[in-house]
Design a protein around this ligand. Structure first.
Ligand code: ADP
Ligand code: ASP
Ligand code: MG
Length: 413
């Protein structure tokens, strides 16, 4: 039997009724002749609630226990989905990550998948089981501890299963009917894309478009998984959604494919550090050891052998970053006058493979932002993206202004 992977995100399993609708969709694919692997997220809001419990209990928590707590939301939906399917006379059972066992690294709270043995589930398919429901977002480390794959990680579970089982397709069911030129919650001019190139999706995801977890796109690209994003709302009929595919399979595309935003950014500046060889390593080494995900970095002009060093990181890692810098200072690894955290910033980015061969995108971006009176605090670029850090209160305005200036509401602009 051909295998299909279907992943249902939090809003798609938010209530028992929504689980029933999703199960009906799964039943249709079983009737179409597939053995189906269903990957489920926790019910909408559950993971946030569990993260809240952990943070309230222990601000600088032990990530192994964080994983023990936050992985539990998916266990509930996996069991409920299997029960719902059984009620519909579809032979199904649930698997938690460790039962597969989905083996991961030991990087708790952002573990990577190492291996997914297929024998266990395949032998059940061989015995007539039609649907394997697997709890997304979780696996087990070599130390036999539960590990999670980072927020949004069920997408990655789904793509990894599709690759491991050679699935015909990996369908990601969510609360929007595909990938848009920007978050449809922010701009009503956002346009649904029928296709998007892996590389563009990868950048959009890593720059904050949470419709797919970055790692899931990386895996799909590497293992040539046919990846589709579609809505679990409406009748879920022949709704084509968006296909994430190779660049060559896209006939017409805009120079800028999309605009992404990331709300939870913080800008941190170390005031007056020594401007000497090795200073960047002395700062960013301890930050990395403390598990801080540094994104943008700017080193300012040096005056009398001292300079300011600015970097950005997720808002919820500010306390970790401060603790790491204080420790490095106490240990004499670095010396600085002050550490200033600005937690009211956001990152807005434009992405497009057309930028490789098209000059002037940055200038147009900066002009559009300046026309709205938006001040840019930090800029970073790569071959196919430009990101700016701005005051968070201007984030929506910036996204809309960029969507307008690059005419993303029109195909082939
Ligand atoms: P799920 O719970 O199904 O995993 P997520 O909330 O993780 O869903 O991702 C879907 C959300 O991603 C949408 O509701 C939308 O607000 C957001 N999003 C951000 N950028 C985009 C984009 N470019 N296209 C579509 N959705 C986007
Ligand atoms: N439930 C997890 C989260 O909210 C994983 C996922 O939904 O993909 O991040
Ligand atoms: Mg998600």
């Amino acid at each position: 039997m051909p295998i299909l992977v279907m992943k249902f995100g939090g809003t798609s399993v938010a209530t028992l009724d929504r689980i029933r609708r999703a199960a009906k969709r799964v039943g249709r694919e079983v009737a179409n002749g597939y053995d189906v692997i269903v990957i489920v997220s926790a019910m909408a809001g559950e993971t946030n609630k569990l993260v809240g419990y952990v943070e309230e209990t222990s601000p600088l928590f032990d990530a192994r226990e964080y994983d023990a707590v936050v992985s539990s939301g998916e266990n509930v939906t996996a069991g409920l989905m299997a029960l719902t399917l059984q009620e519909m006379d579809v032979p199904a059972r649930s698997w938690q990550g460790w039962q597969v066992p989905l083996k991961t690294t030991s990087a708790h709270s952002s573990a990577r998948i190492l291996e997914i043995p297929t024998d266990n589930i395949l032998s059940k398919f061989g015995e007539g089981m039609k649907v394997a429901v697997v709890a997304g977002f979780q696996g087990v480390s070599a130390e036999n501890r539960i590990a999670t794959l980072g927020r949004g990680g069920s997408d990655t579970t789904a793509v990894a299963f599709a690759a491991a089982f050679g699935a015909e397709r990996c369908d990601i069911y969510t609360d929007v009917d595909g990938v848009y030129t920007t978050d449809p919650r922010i701009s009503d001019k956002a346009r649904k894309l029928d296709k998007i190139a892996f590389e563009e999706m990868l950048e959009l995801a890593s720059l904050g478009a949470k419709v797919l977890q970055t790692r899931s796109v990386e895996l799909a690209m590497r293992y040539k998984v046919r990846l589709r994003v579609l809505s679990s709302f409406g009748d879920m009929g022949d709704n084509a959604g968006t296909l994430v595919c190779d660049e060559e399979d896209i006939v017409e595309s805009n120079v800028v494919a999309g605009v992404a935003h990331s709300r939870d950014e913080a800008k941190m500046t170390l005031i007056s550090v020594a401007d000497r060889p090795g200073i960047a390593a002395a700062i960013f080494g301890p930050l990395a050891e403390a598990g801080v995900n540094v994104d943008m970095i700017v080193q300012n002009i040096s005056e009398e052998g001292r300079t300011d060093m600015t970097f950005s990181c997720p808002t919820n890692q500010v306390a970790r970053a401060e603790a790491a810098m204080k420790k490095a200072k106490d240990e004499g690894i670095i010396n600085f006058h002050d550490l200033v955290a600005d937690t009211d910033v956001a990152k807005v980015s434009v992405v497009g493979i057309g930028m490789r061969s098209h000059a002037g995108v940055a200038a147009q971006m900066f002009k559009a932002l300046s026309a709205e009176g938006i001040n840019i605090k930090v800029i970073t670029t790569s071959e196919i993206k430009i990101s700016v850090l701005i005051d968070r209160k201007y984030m929506e305005l910036a996204v809309q202004a960029l969507h307008d200036t690059f005419e993303l509401d029109k195909a082939g602009a």
